[in-house]
Design a protein around this ligand. Structure first.
Ligand code: GAR
Length: 224
């Protein structure tokens, strides 16, 4: 039955979005496919939350697009299958997304998480997984969409920025927001120092967003 009241796990997440919780809400772990391009600290936050039973999920497959991406090493450490789909091997964004969809379907993925995926996705992916694709972005959306969001925040002179976990729609960084966390901008911040503090919050926000998204998918919670 659908309820406008979040289940305990999600309620805890909403009231204290940065506090880890126990993964008691869902008997069947949600099957995740993670897309990542770089270091993979968000991928590791998801894998750790699962290992520590803070999140009822399984990462069925990691897809990465850059042969040098450190995220591939992290996936080995967690024994998670990893598939390299190098975007340079595809003539179009749609071609890459078709290959992504094939891999995700072959692993019966229920929820797709863009955890530092630096490619614009197309309706080929979004139509195959309607309302099933999440993204984490290093700003308080709708501010500072697109690339170099941390640099954009510093250049704009804002005193507070942060991160946003949201559903993905065709327009970049524009889908419904699930979780946000604020981070102060310090006077002596560089893009690297600020990004490092934002990432601490991302690692919590992405786990909470997966829990909330799962509650929505399972029909036990609808956002009011
Ligand atoms: C994260 O900060 C994420 O928000 C950002 O890439 C970083 C990946 O870090 N994503 C975007 O900018 C997407 N627009 P990670 O590889 O350590 O998880």
């Amino acid at each position: 039955m659908t309820s406008s009241t979040p289940p305990d796990l999600a309620l805890q997440s909403l009231c204290s979005p940065l506090t880890p919780h126990r993964a008691t809400e869902f008997e069947t772990p949600v099957k995740l496919g993670v897309l990542a391009s770089g270091s993979g600290s968000n991928f590791e936050a998801i894998a750790q939350a699962i290992a520590q039973q803070h999140l009822s999920a399984r990462v069925e497959v990691l897809i990465y697009n850059n042969p040098q991406a450190k995220v591939a090493v992290r996936s080995q450490q967690y024994d998670i299958p990893a598939k390299l789909l190098n975007h340079r091997d595809y003539a179009s964004r749609e071609g890459l997304d078709r290959a992504i969809v094939d891999v995700l379907r072959s692993y019966n993925v229920e929820l797709v998480v863009m955890a530092g995926w630096m490619r614009v996705v197309t309706p080929v992916l979004l139509d195959a997984f309607p309302n099933r694709v999440l993204n984490i972005h290093p700003s308080l959306l709708p501010s500072f969409k697109g690339i170099r969001a941390v640099e954009q925040a510093i250049a704009a002179g804002v005193k507070i920025t942060g991160c946003t976990a949201h559903w993905v729609v065709p327009e970049v960084d524009s889908g419904e927001i699930l979780v946000q966390a604020a981070v102060p901008v310090l006077a002596d911040d560089t893009p690297d120092s600020l990004h490092a503090r934002i990432q601490v919050q991302e690692h919590r926000a992405i786990v909470t967003a997966i829990a909330l998204a799962t509650a929505q998918i399972r029909g036990v919670w609808t956002p009011s």
